[in-house]
Design a protein around this ligand. Structure first.
Ligand code: URA
Length: 238
């Protein structure tokens, strides 16, 4: 991680204050004075500020059950931010891993570990997200096989060059399906159903990777160490 970020993670200094301290020659990394804030450091390095060794606070990993009419953003907008539901220190250091639309409910992951989020969001790592989708028009029994195969083969979304990656569609009832994606394009689920002539009238994310939503609407909890490390197994498949 960058040296200025390390300072923020191990002290109460802001990013700007950390940069000032580094540029003023106050920070040593393995005995050397480092004056460039972008210098990459490792948590095992001996990083000293004013004669004191700094230790980074552990990263935080949170699951939230997002209610409808909330925003996956750090600040309020047309709707309140999901961050209003979470009571932790330094909430401003957290970011949302894979946003949901305001009218979507379900599993949202929140962290201050950028590398961890990257593994989850980047389609290269094939981390699957499962949505329960409620549809305006019923799917007739005779159309199921063709629809499943169209989602599997990839759809051409309006305004995009590349087909969507293979998606798994499971029909639960004529109006309700489970859809599993390994990428997260803008309004992807809604646009996929629009492409096949239907409309999404309800959307809920129930699983990300192996992690299933297991808390009530509006609740949040820290992930366990096993749940956190469960996301580090994703291999590049592209
Ligand atoms: N796809 C959508 O269309 N909306 C979401 O919130 C998530 C996936």
């Amino acid at each position: 991680m960058r040296l200025d970020k390390f300072l923020c993670k191990s002290t109460d200094f802001s990013r700007a204050e950390s940069i000032d301290l580094i540029e003023a020659g106050q920070v040593r990394v393995n005995e050397l004075v480092i004056v460039t804030a972008q210098t990459q450091v490792h948590e095992n390095n001996c990083i000293m500020l004013a004669g004191r060794r700094l230790v980074a606070r552990p990263s935080r990993y949170i699951m939230l059950h997002k209610p409808i009419d909330t925003l996956c953003s750090n600040v309020d907008g047309d709707y309140p931010s999901v961050m209003n539901y979470i009571q932790v220190d330094r909430a401003e250091d957290l970011h949302i891993t894979g946003r949901l639309d305001a009218d979507t409910t379900g599993l949202v992951l929140i962290t201050d570990d950028g590398r961890w989020s990257f593994n989850i969001i980047n389609p290269k790592y094939h981390c699957e997200k499962t949505y329960r989708v409620t549809l305006r028009d019923p799917i007739e029994d005779g159309d199921i096989d063709e629809l499943v195969s169209r989602f599997e083969q990839g759809l051409q979304l309006q305004g995009e060059k590349k087909l969507t990656l293979a998606a798994k569609l499971e029909v639960i009832t004529p109006h309700q399906v489970l859809l599993t994606l390994s990428e997260g394009r803008y309004h992807q689920v809604k646009r996929m159903f629009f492409t096949v002539g239907n409309r999404v009238v309800g959307l809920h994310r129930q699983q990300v990777g192996k992690l299933s939503l297991d808390i009530e609407l509006g609740e949040w909890r820290h992930l366990t160490a096993d749940e956190v490390s469960g996301f580090n197994c994703y291999e590049s498949v592209i």
